[in-house]
Ligand binder design. Structure first.
Ligand code: ARG
Length: 463
């Protein structure tokens, strides 16, 4: 069995149960490339401080570059590797010899793993921002295709007011643009401060140029505090939170699609490639894609909870507990990426069925009340008058269409005119022309705004 990085002090073999328990591979594979990038920056800093001869540095950089190009799959892992950092150092020493033994000068795995985690979080956050942006686009495209289709908007899952289907869908697109923003912010935070040079906790005693290191890796600057540098995991918690909120948004849409695809709603038909059948009931079309997305948000919220719970009450500086934050984050990132991609496909291929509110629909009650208000009736009185009309219509087993014009006039003389307009759902939505409202011209305006927000995200992602 290979020596550990610390076997000078503790030559005894580890209990095999503990050895397996403490090993952070294969989860560390997510950090493979990032660790190599951090290690190359460190090698340059060592050379800059004359702690490595130029030839030694060149040999080390060549091996590190070679490992990076070959990728984690071709890396010669050993059963005895305690973690990724030990494994890379082992292979470097095997290939370069003496110079490899100088590699860890002025560095600890504490600043090393923190550096790699920052770089990973940055890359993951950028890719998630792209995923959220693409999902927002898929929903926007669907909203455009929805044209002037109406639906009954709901509150409390009860029929509330007519709205454009596009308006409803666009709410999810806006959520996703905020998610993309949050991922971009998480990416920026991940690259704010570089931990390299913090050493184990006290800051290295060698003249390593940590500013140069930070810049080379794309960080703004080194951490001003070395203890904070090795123990800070805020950027991971922020990313996990952004994932939890994004998947929670997706779960709301998933839930709606599941409900709407039930024949009782009959409002959507998910495309065949996103539904499954039943092993027993031949007629079934189950919305499993949406169900799994709905459930994934639970997984991701659990992962956020894991990250926060690992951090809670943890004394400074580095503690091995900090190894447990990352598998949760990896899970959260991959579940969120998958969910965004799946839901973009589900939405793009779904057919929204023309189930529209009809003439006289009870969801036009607010229009009737508003009409009375425009005629001078105080809103509370208007509410009561129309409430009474709704109750009567319901008793008759129908909607406002069941009531006679005389009954309307009796309720209020203001109903003598414009009744047909008031009872037409299409006319009703035109009235809702407040900023952000469901009136068609407002929804068009909203789609234009959304397009420019998406362009802004594209610019941010390209920079
Ligand atoms: N696998 C460890 C982690 O993920 C690497 C750092 C180990 N540091 C140490 N002092 N034991 O946190």
């Amino acid at each position: 069995m290979a020596d550990k990085l610390w076997s000078g002090r503790l030559p005894a073999q580890l209990d095999p149960r503990f050895e397996a328990f403490s090993c952070s591979l294969p989860a560390d594979l997510h950090l493979f490339e990032h660790d190599l990038i951090g290690t190359m920056a460190h090698v340059r800093a060592l050379a800059g401080a004359s702690l490595l001869q130029p030839k030694e540095a060149a040999a080390l950089l060549a091996v590190l570059e070679e490992l990076r190009a070959a990728g984690a799959e071709s890396f010669p892992w050993s059963e005895a590797d305690e973690d990724l950092h030990a494994a890379i150092e082992r292979v470097v020493v095997e290939r370069v010899g003496e110079a490899g033994l100088r590699l860890h000068t002025g560095r600890s795995r504490n600043d090393q793993v923190a550096t790699a985690s920052h770089l990973y979080a940055h890359q993951a956050a950028i890719s998630l921002a792209q995923g959220a942006r693409d999902f927002a686009q898929a929903v926007l495209d669907k909203a455009k295709a929805a044209g002037d289709q109406l639906i009954v908007g709901m509150t409390h899952l009860q029929p509330a007011q007519p709205v454009l289907l596009a308006h409803h869908l666009l709410a999810y697109s806006w959520m996703a643009t905020r998610d993309a923003d949050r991922f971009l912010a998480a990416a920026a935070h991940a690259k704010q401060a570089s931990p390299l040079g913090a050493g184990a906790l006290a800051g290295t005693g060698f003249a390593l140029d940590s500013i140069e290191c930070a810049t080379e890796m794309g960080f703004d600057a080194p951490y001003p505090n070395s203890i904070d540098a090795v123990s800070d995991r805020d950027y991971l918690a922020e990313l996990a939170f952004a994932c939890a909120l994004a998947t929670s948004h997706l779960s709301r849409l998933a839930e709606e699609l599941i409900l709407w695809s039930h024949p009782a709603f009959g409002q959507v038909r998910l495309a065949d490639p996103f539904v499954t059948g039943s092993s027993m009931m031949p007629q079934k079309r189950n919305p499993d894609s949406a169900e799994l997305v709905r459930a994934k948000s639970g997984t991701v919220i659990g992962d956020l909870t894991t990250v926060l719970t690992v951090l809670k009450a943890l004394p400074l500086a580095y503690m091995r507990d900090l190894q447990e934050d990352k598998p949760a984050l990896y899970r959260a990132v991959s579940a969120t990426e998958d969910s965004l991609r799946i839901m973009a496909g589900v939405v793009a291929t779904a057919t929204f069925l023309p189930v529209e509110p009809v003439y006289g629909d009870l969801t036009l009650a607010t229009e009737l009340a508003d009409h009375l208000v425009r005629g001078g009736v105080p809103f509370r009185k208007a509410h009561a008058i129309v409430g009474q009309l709704s109750a009567t219509a319901e008793e008759l087993g129908g909607n406002f269409g069941r009531l006679t014009r005389a009954e309307f006039r009796q309720a209020s003389p203001l109903f003598s005119d414009q009744l047909d307009r008031l009872l037409d759902p299409r006319q009703a939505i035109r009235a809702h022309s407040a900023i952000g409202g469901t009136a068609p011209e407002r929804v068009q305006e909203q789609m234009d705004q959304l397009s420019s927000v998406l362009q802004g995200l594209d610019r941010a992602l390209a920079s």
